[in-house]
Ligand binder design. Sequence first.
Ligand code: C2E
Ligand code: MG
Ligand code: MG
Ligand code: MG
Length: 283
Amino acid sequence: AKKAGQGSYRFYEPQMNRELRRFVETRDTLRLALPREELVLHYQPQIELGAGRVVGVEALLRWNRPGHGLVMPGDFIPVAEGSGLIVPMGRWVLNEACRQAAAWHAGGRPGLVVAVNLSAVQFGQGSLEQDVDAALASSGLDPACLELELTESMLLRDEPGILDLVRRWRTRGIQVSIDDFGTGYSSLAYLKRLQVNKLKIDRSFIVDMAGNQEDRAIVQAIIEMARTLRLKTIAEGVEDATLASQLRFMGCDEVQGYLYSRPLPASELATWLRQFDDRSRSR
Ligand code: C2E
Ligand code: MG
Ligand code: MG
Ligand code: MG
């Protein structure tokens, strides 16, 4: 029995060690990412279906990790959250996104909205409210052009402070949207009471819409209820034109996805926006 125990011990330990070591290694190099200026934001356009114009962009974080190339958020955000690093990183994201949006406004794109993803950990720790204020103040960005993306789980966690904070943001004109909507358990009535502006319908429903009657019905129901409550809807992960026109027909307000563009570095997005304008004019 002792032998078997040792065997399974030997079997599991190296793997746990590997995971732990990878976490520690990622955490320690991630700590240097900010001072070494290895973090970058990419921006993905959000298109209003009715007018066919770009109304906003979502800021998505990437890590230019030496020796690893461009690392995607799925591979380092959990580490950042687990280590508390998400607080200074999230602060950097807010500052950089607001600065960039203000620069676009000055460069001839007034009113372009920038959407920033927030982590639950930022609510729990740190100084989120002050971080948002500081990013707006130092950039001079119109608060109405900042959108903060929350998830349903953040609102349903028993932190009453969050609800008051969301209300204060809304009072100041800051926009608030619910990311990955449909995957949690929040009721639309509750979100309406909270004065959320927009629901981002989760990509999983959108992807399966074409072939799945049930997913189409869910998306239609979300759109209709949102409309009744005067909440905007945006569909995430739209990859083909048929889907986009279907969503338009269903009354969805905005779309975002590879059909239009992948998330792009700021300079490439500026080029993409000019080309989009040219295409719209010649249409
Ligand atoms: P999210 O906020 O739901 O962002 C949408 C994700 O879907 C992005 O992945 C985007 O690149 C991807 N996407 C957009 N259109 C399409 C499409 O047509 N097809 C497919 N297959 N994917 C599409 P990304 O950039 O890897 O980000 C993943 C997640 O990481 C985000 O999901 C968000 O939850 C988180 N994240 C990204 N940036 C930040 C940040 O600055 N702070 C925090 N806390 N989380 C972030
Ligand atoms: Mg998002
Ligand atoms: Mg999302
Ligand atoms: Mg998502």
